[in-house]
Design a protein around this ligand. Structure first.
Ligand code: ADP
Length: 351
């Protein structure tokens, strides 16, 4: 059986690819400033020539929003039309990805779609539904959750009650019981939940009509502000990068950092309650993997759970950073979303 997998990750302004042979990455590239469909397809054509598509088991696509789809799926016409319907929930990413799927479809290459939402789709209804009139749940207005590829990858093989913290540009926390996501902090879109680099995270929905009325701004403008000008950047007014904020003496910078730790802690605490305990807490992604001081600040709130951190191991970003007598195991696990996509795609091809 062919085993090469081309992983495509297409956004509104970039095309990333990685190329796997026997589960090992042997090539990758990241093209920035790719804005139009024509530019996108020109890049993809070059990628297709470079990797020799005749040897591919499949092209695997990272699709951010898969609606209620669970697992990775082989692409056929029916799936494609379902993706087109769901794409309006995450247009900036999913529409460019669909254009690339259509390109490879013409070349008759087998394709698999792997979803950021899929891991969370079996969450119980009480976690998925919002406290809105139920007809809206039936119309699809509910929690979908994101970063599922990463949460699933870093929790593989961990038994019992696990809380995974994906802290990168976007940040989310997931509650996992025996390998299944039972709740997650992001919601209908990736805006819900934690304070993030430039996203506000959760707030009282009444803020929005109030701002429309009193600040005289459009809904579109508010949506931009909540996604791109809020969070660490918005509170500090200086930077979205926790390293800058924690090194600063500026009060608002320090406040932004403190709000970040506090929001992650509250989410972990909430999920520890939801799971009725926690065996393992995992940190991953850019901030979670690399910043010991951030982890220390977050974990300092969790002593009541019996969390004890081994300072030296934490500083070294060791795989296990809790001390031997900690009631909860705390781990740092590198996420590898591209590899996870390739693995999920090969599995789907075998089905
Ligand atoms: P994403 O996949 O969400 O775009 P990544 O997991 O690649 O993000 O993480 C990128 C983020 O991690 C950036 O916001 C960057 O500032 C942050 N980051 C990387 N290393 C560190 C560090 N040592 N301390 C704090 N933030 C870090």
């Amino acid at each position: 059986m062919k085993k090469d997998v081309l992983v495509m990750n297409v956004g509104s302004s970039s095309v990333k690819y990685s190329f796997f042979r026997n589960g090992k990455i042997i090539g990758k590239d990241n093209f920035e400033r790719v804005f139009t469909k024509k530019q996108r397809l020109d890049v993809v054509r070059k990628v297709a020539e470079k990797v020799d598509i005749s040897g591919l088991a499949c092209v695997a696509h990272r699709v951010v929003h898969g609606g209620s789809i669970t697992g990775a799926r082989k692409v056929d016409k029916a799936l494609l039309s379902r993706l087109r319907r769901v794409a309006e929930l995450a247009p900036l990413h999913d529409i460019p990805e669909i254009e690339v799927i259509e390109f490879f479809m013409k070349l008759k290459v087998p394709q698999v779609a792997v979803f950021d939402t899929a891991f969370h789709q079996d969450m119980p209804l009480k976690a998925k539904a919002y406290g809105l009139p139920y007809k809206y749940y039936l119309k699809g207005i509910r929690k979908y959750g994101f970063h599922g590829i990463s949460h699933e990858y870093v929790s593989r093989g961990l038994k019992g009650k696990v809380i995974t913290c994906h802290l990168g540009n976007g940040c989310s926390v997931t509650a996992i019981r025996n390998g299944k996501s039972v709740d997650t902090s992001m919601g209908f879109t990736p805006l819900e939940g934690l304070v993030m680099s430039t996203r506000s995270g959760s707030l009282d929905p009444s803020v929005i009509p109030y701002m429309v009325k009193h600040e005289k701004v459009s809904l579109e403008r508010i949506s931009d502000m909540l996604n791109k000008e809020s969070g660490l950047l918005g509170v500090s007014g200086k930077s979205y990068d926790l390293r800058d904020l924690m090194n600063s003496k500026d009060k608002r910078c320090l406040l932004a950092a403190e709000m970040f730790f506090y929001s992650v802690t509250k989410q972990i605490g909430g999920f520890a309650a939801a799971l009725n305990g926690v065996d393992t807490i995992v940190f991953t992604a850019g901030i979670g993997e690399n910043n010991a001081s951030v982890r220390k600040n977050i974990l300092s709130y969790l002593a009541y759970l019996g969390v004890k951190v081994d300072g030296a191991k934490n500083k070294k970003n060791s795989r296990v950073i809790s001390s031997r007598n900690s009631k909860v195991k705390v781990m740092v696990i590198r996420t590898d979303e591209e590899k996870a996509i390739a693995l999920q795609a090969l599995q789907a091809m075998r089905k």
